[in-house]
Design a protein around this ligand. Sequence first.
Ligand SMILES: [Cu+2]
Length: 208
Amino acid sequence: MVRFMEEENKEEATENAEIEKEIGKDDMELEKEETVKIRKSHLLSVLGAVVIVSFFILAAQAVIADTPQSNSRTVTGQVVVGSAAPVQDGKQIVKLTVQGSTYYPNPMVLKKGVPVEVQVDMTSVRGCFRGIQIPAFGVRKLVTDSDNKITFTPDKAGTFGFSCFMGMGRGQIVVQDESGQVPADVNTVAQDIQSGSSCGGGCGCGGG
Ligand SMILES: [Cu+2]
């Protein structure tokens, strides 16, 4: 009798164990599914967060890029010189364009003592970028469709900066002396490009 009960108990135990196994399996599968679901939604929220954070980083960079401090660059050491502007009828001819907030050619390479005629491309140079000042050579002019030329004669060799009236659009001028050399110790880019008060941070200055 005792033995019979023992056997029955054993059988019952085995059955229970099997049922438990089954239940356990189901639970595990359910748990797995849950985990996948949670992982998916977690992934989505992480992606969302990444997108939002990237947006703010880009926005911050745009703001920083507009502030004058980040634009003040200094050129030190050897002056890298491109080819000088072509001379026509005794004038150095430069076609000036803008990309982003930079005037091109960058730098504008000129010869000392030869008159310069800057022809401003009115298609790419727009808005306040049409007000151009070159302090080193006493230039301050707002070009228009009917008068898009700026003339001056570079009377000193070195590296100089120029900008729109409020210092937003920027460019550099490298002037070679008579022997084609550019003195590395003459560099007034930082002083030449000052940011004006009327156009601080993100005004509508850049528009057409
Ligand atoms: Cu401006």
